[in-house]
Design a protein around this ligand. Structure first.
Ligand code: HSE
Length: 435
């Protein structure tokens, strides 16, 4: 067998240790698949005294990550996350013609066009399966397995933290704050959970998926994003009674008016596979014009699951070492000259069905006034639910609308909130039917 393929890891945290473990555990299969053994020879660490859950025999540890770029390695694996210094390190490796494997979705979504330009210019491989969906091979599925399709749309649970929180709220009736606290205790959510709960992490991942699906440059700036912190346990309960589960989805669609790129809490029909994906799992639905609907489910985070994706990239990179760059699978699936920027619609330009929850006085004529506003606004009601008030309490109304532009929904909601018997504090969430 040929000489080992030498790997330098920038970062030896949860994923880095997973990569060392998986390469050791499955060494024989991996060597058989790559045509040569793949071994970690160098790793950069921030704290050299920390104990690590993997065998570091034969690995040279360094403290300066730039040393990994300069080291005698065949590939640089960037696992530190964030924009800087990851961007500078990745660019330096690519400029030296070294292949790079990265799990860094923020870096790719926000600086990916520059990074891909550099990789192309220097004929260097760049692989990023672990950046989206952890261990789910969604990049390979989209870029290669579905390459014969025009992709119409994709929608995914691509943030495990949000899915864990919403599942806790659904199954245990917990408030958002309590469920977030539970996610933090389990190590799912960061101490500052903004990236997860405000949808930024999912927007990073959606940016990458949409570029591959629609053959367009990375457009993180154009993703319309709403977090899950406004979802209440009551919304989850009412949605269930109407036949839906609430999930945070990243949605990308292509239509005559342009491309939709959006992340928001979404009511999903209870019988759909995405509605049944619970806990910290990820699931991605891709609709192709030849294959129809396909769904990919699995662990979206965690050391070994994410390492599974990193190691798959390492095998691809090892197989192609020394090959003419024209034999690489194009970074975003389409050749660079075929990538076309497309108009991305803002929330106000997107049509959606809506779930509206209102608290109203328990008086005659209330329902008539509300349904009149909907009718005047040319909004059709798909479903309506009224909850009996307790003694001296307000009633609750939950309505599912037809597909309408956002401005029409907002206009009608504003009129309803101006009615004397409608209390402040309505809820408005989008609904997806996947038809
Ligand atoms: N914070 C991410 C999540 C981890 O909760 O899914 C992997 O990207």
């Amino acid at each position: 067998m040929s000489a080992p393929f030498k790997v330098g890891l920038i970062g030896l945290g949860t994923v880095g240790q997973g990569v060392v473990r998986v390469l050791q555990r499955n060494a024989a299969e991996i060597a058989g698949r790559a045509g040569r053994p793949i071994v970690v020879t160098h790793a950069s660490v921030r704290n050299s005294t920390r104990t690590r859950d993997c065998d570091l025999t034969g690995i040279t540890l360094v403290s300066d990550p730039a040393e990994i770029v300069r080291a005698d390695v065949d590939v640089v694996v960037e696992l530190i996350g964030g924009i800087s210094p990851a961007r500078e390190l990745v660019l330096a490796a690519l400029e030296a013609g070294k292949p790079v494997v990265t799990a860094n979705k923020a870096l790719l979504a926000e600086k990916g066009n520059e990074i891909l330009f550099t990789a192309r210019k220097h004929g260097a491989q760049l692989a990023y399966e672990a950046a989206v969906g952890g261990g789910i091979p969604i990049i390979k599925a989209l870029r290669e397995g579905l390459a014969g399709n025009g992709i119409d749309s994709l929608a995914g649970i691509i943030n495990g933290t949000c899915n864990y929180i919403l599942t806790q709220m659904t199954v245990k009736g917990q408030s958002f704050a309590d469920a977030l606290h539970a996610a933090q205790k389990l190590g799912y959510a960061e101490a500052d959970p903004t990236f997860d709960v405000e949808g930024i992490d999912a927007a990073h991942k959606l940016t990458i998926l949409a570029s591959i699906a629609f053959g367009m440059p990375l457009r993180f700036d154009a993703v319309a994003t709403e977090g899950i912190s406004q979802v209440t346990a009551q919304d989850i309960q009412l949605a269930q009674e109407l036949g839906y589960r609430i999930k945070s989805l990243g949605i990308a669609k292509r239509g005559a008016q342009g491309v939709e790129l959006r992340v928001h809490p979404t009511l999903v029909p209870v019988e759909h596979l995405l509605a049944k994906t619970d806990g910290a799992l990820n699931a991605i639905r891709v609709h192709g014009n030849a294959v129809g609907q396909t769904v990919y489910v699995g662990r979206g985070a965690g050391g070994d699951a994410t390492a599974s994706a990193v190691v798959a990239d390492l095998i691809d990179v090892a197989r192609l070492q020394g090959a003419d760059p024209k034999h690489f699978v194009p970074y975003l699936g389409s050749r660079s000259e075929a990538l076309k920027d497309q108009k991305v619609l803002s929330f106000s330009e997107i049509e959606s069905a809506y779930y509206l929850r209102l608290r109203v006085a328990d008086e005659p004529g209330v329902l008539r006034a509300i349904t009149s506003i909907l009718a005047e606004s040319d909004i059709s009601i798909e479903a309506i639910l009224q909850k009996e008030p307790g003694e001296n309490e307000d009633a609750t109304l939950a309505i599912i609308t037809s597909e309408i532009p956002e401005h029409r929904c907002n206009g009608a909601l504003e009129k309803m909130l101006n009615l004397p018997f409608v209390r402040p504090g309505a809820s408005r969430l989008r609904v997806e039917h996947f038809e």
